[in-house]
Design a protein around this ligand. Structure first.
Ligand code: ATP
Ligand code: MG
Length: 423
């Protein structure tokens, strides 16, 4: 017999875990709704060309990580490695970005063929937001405040820190790029294979390297901040000022360049030291050129995406909530007439107590067995129905959690009785 296994790097999320995920996702949705963001859902599969064009040909994602395939029609498609490209494509195609302000959020699986390890999988999940039509820096600050509120809501504020930088305009970056190439050329023998390859295609990507030797070399590299255009300088200065006023702590990290091509101006990451090497929980920035690049009207924009696996891991480590998925009421029924009544009673209780979990004696069994199941379900109350109860139109109510004597309650009084027992 073949025992099938999940694809490497693609994980099952079992019910207990899923309850925690739901709790986290609900918090995220509530907070961003509070700031006026609305959900958008776009496909998991898009044309391969879309991702190449937006993320950039010379990036880790496009060069090494994409799940690309030719479909039965011979069209080249890819599983989405991130959300922004699809979101912008959908926004332009559906005409919701044209001369409009939009605040959008999305949540769902993303796919990258990376080496699976702690905090890095091949199917992972991102929650992200995109704000279109806002030039900032006010919106940059609002988005950062919103993320700070997320960490507070989740109880993580002391475990996660903000890093910011500005990538400037594309002209400023072109100038900076030349300086960078000169610097790395002078250290060509110290460059690793990846960096050598990138030196003339995408030298800024070297700054993003995870290789500690490269990171050492990067500390002495020319700093982008020294080459910023005046407008970006002002934008960044204002951003810093507004963050100070809002009492948001941050570090300016000159090596923060982000791994995707579409960013310009403000970029930021929220990082933790508690998850090992995979420390970036949330990352984002401005991408003022992307809408136009994809055929829309010039539209300033900013967004971020956070990795749910990493966020959930942090919550588990530092702020695990009390989550209760156990039943509230379990109906024990012995005998054919009682079983029939159990079904009806359960439906009536589900009408009356829509927030409660109500289980019945499915799979039958004798009284002792059913009581065992009732106890295991975590229910507070067992409602017991046997021949006597059926004949007398009563139900026996036993509290499974407190040692008090059981009570016989008339069927007509049952709802009121239960209302008093479970608040
Ligand atoms: P990293 O530097 O860790 O590879 P990245 O810069 O490639 O991250 P982004 O494209 O900015 O990541 O995605 C935003 C967030 O999504 C990351 O900060 C991280 O929390 C999460 N993420 C990205 N790739 C993965 C992955 N393979 N597995 C789990 N989470 C991921
Ligand atoms: Mg990556």
């Amino acid at each position: 017999m073949t025992l099938y296994q999940a694809v490497r790097g693609m994980n099952d999320i079992l019910p207990e875990q899923a309850t925690l995920w739901q709790w986290v996702e609900t918090k995220l949705k509530n907070v961003v709704s509070h700031y006026g963001y609305q959900e958008i859902r776009f496909p998991i599969v898009e044309s391969l060309a879309l991702f190449k064009r937006t993320i950039g040909e010379v990036t880790d994602i496009v060069e090494k990580e994409m799940y690309a395939f030719e479909d039965r029609n011979g069209d080249w498609l890819a599983l989405r490695p991130e959300g922004t490209a699809g979101c912008v494509r959908a926004g332009i195609e559906q005409g919701i970005l044209y001369n409009q302000l939009q605040k959008l959020w999305y949540s769902g699986p993303m796919f990258r063929h990376e080496r699976p390890q702690k905090g890095r999988c091949r199917q992972f999940h991102q929650f992200g937001v995109e704000a279109f039509g806002y030039a900032g820096p006010d919106v940059d600050v609002e988005i950062i405040l919103m993320t700070a509120r997320l960490w507070r809501e989740l109880g993580l504020e002391s475990h996660i820190a903000l890093e910011i930088n500005s990538l400037g305009s594309s002209a400023a970056r072109a100038n900076y790029r030349q300086q960078l190439v000169q610097y790395y050329d002078a250290h060509i023998d110290s460059l690793d294979e990846d960096s050598k390859r990138r030196l003339h295609t995408n030298p800024m990507r070297i700054l993003d390297s995870k290789n500690p030797d490269m990171q050492k070399l990067n500390t002495s590299a020319p700093k982008l901040n020294d080459y910023l255009d005046p407008e970006s300088q002002q934008h960044f200065a204002k951003l810093c000022q507004l963050l100070d006023i809002a009492h948001i702590k941050y570090t300016v990290n000159p090596c923060l360049v982000r791994g995707l091509d579409y960013y310009n101006g403000t970029v930021f990451e929220w990082v933790t030291t508690s998850l090992g090497a995979q420390g970036t929980v949330c990352a984002g920035g401005r991408y003022d050129g992307l809408v136009e690049q994809l055929g829309g009207k010039t539209t300033p924009a900013i967004g971020f995406a956070l990795g749910l696996e990493r966020l959930v891991a942090l919550v588990e480590q530092f702020a695990m909530p009390q989550l209760n998925s156990s039943a509230d009421i379990f109906i024990v029924a012995v005998g054919e007439a009682a079983e029939l009544q159990s079904l009806q009673l359960a439906e009536q209780l589900r009408n009356e107590f829509p927030q409660r979990i109500i289980l019945t004696n499915l799979n039958g069994g004798n009284f002792k067995n059913q009581m065992k199941r009732a106890d295991k379900s975590g229910a507070q109350l067992a409602l017991i129905i046997g021949d006597d109860e059926v004949n007398q139109q009563t139900v026996t109510v036993k509290n499974l959690r407190i040692d008090v004597s059981q009570q016989t309650v008339k069927c007509v009084d049952l709802i009121d009785f239960i209302s008093m027992k479970i608040k």
